[in-house]
Unconditional design. Structure first.
Length: 273
């Protein structure tokens, strides 16, 4: 496996590849969830490139950019063990310039939920992914369903900007107790990890309600909020695949989303119904 630190190194590497290219964009601190993306990419492509870049443009002032977990050596080893052909680990000055066109996420998709809480976040996500997609020129890009709103917004960009690549949504990976894997879980104390289970539990309760025939989203959200107490809840939402709010669950077309603070750590999770 090759470690690439500069844009020139990446371009030279990419120019010499034959066959399909799978791409897994990450911010590092790789865990089993990332590994599942890389392994799937390896199984479906002749070459796989993983990027590790803590992207400053998607962090708001006061967020955890400075303390976001960074484990460069471990990330390199994980990518190698998973069978990636290369890992791209640039500094910000390799990707960003003082004067450059900006990419703005569509207001309807990006102005709600995560985007309402973190205005400008999705602009930064699309900005860096546009650059990475142009550099890597992947056939397939592997992204997790845990960042559901991000996934839908990226799919929209690929479609509307006629980008010649395929976004592959991948299932959420959980610990045995149900907690969705996240690099930010590293911030949690043992007590906070126990409290964090209220998030996944609220989604599992919603799933059980739906299986029993309850489709009224107001009743489902009320049940979820009860399960989430005493966490500080940012939002509980039930939307369709286009992120339009629903009054009744539509089987096969619904996403239930939660964002809540566990101590000072903000966690997100969701369930695709």
């Amino acid at each position: 496996m090759v470690v690439l630190k500069s844009v020139d190194e990446l371009l030279n590497f990419r120019a010499n590849l034959n066959g399909s290219v799978g791409f897994v964009p990450t911010m590092g601190a790789l865990h089993d969830g990332h590994m599942s993306l890389i392994k799937r990419a390896v199984s479906e492509n002749e070459n796989v490139i993983v990027s590790v870049f803590v992207n400053p443009t998607q962090f708001l002032p006061g967020e955890d950019l400075a303390k976001y977990p960074r484990r460069e050596e471990a990330d390199i080893k994980i990518c190698e063990l998973c069978g990636a052909a290369a890992i791209f680990m640039p500094e910000a000055n390799e990707l960003y310039f003082d004067d450059e066109p900006l990419v703005l996420a569509p207001a309807r998709l990006a102005g709600i939920l995560e985007g309402k809480t973190r205005p400008g976040h999705f602009d930064g996500v699309l900005r860096v992914l546009t650059k990475l997609f142009n550099l890597v020129k992947p056939n397939n890009v592997y992204m997790g369903k845990k960042d559901a709103q991000q996934l839908i917004i990226v799919q929209n960009m690929v479609k509307t900007m006629f980008m010649p690549l395929n976004i592959v949504p991948c299932e959420i990976i959980r610990e045995s107790d149900g907690l969705a894997l996240s690099s930010r879980n590293a911030y949690l104390s043992e007590e906070e990890k126990c409290n964090a289970l209220r998030i996944s539990r609220s989604l599992f309760n919603a799933s059980n309600l739906i299986k029993s025939g309850e489709l009224d989203t107001k009743k489902i959200k009320e049940k979820m909020l009860g399960t989430l107490e005493p966490l500080q809840v940012n939002y509980v939402a039930v939307v369709d695949r286009n992120f339009k709010e629903l009054s009744a669950v539509e089987l096969g077309n619904t996403i239930i989303l939660v964002a809540a603070y566990v101590g000072k750590t903000r966690l997100i999770d969701n369930l695709w119904v």
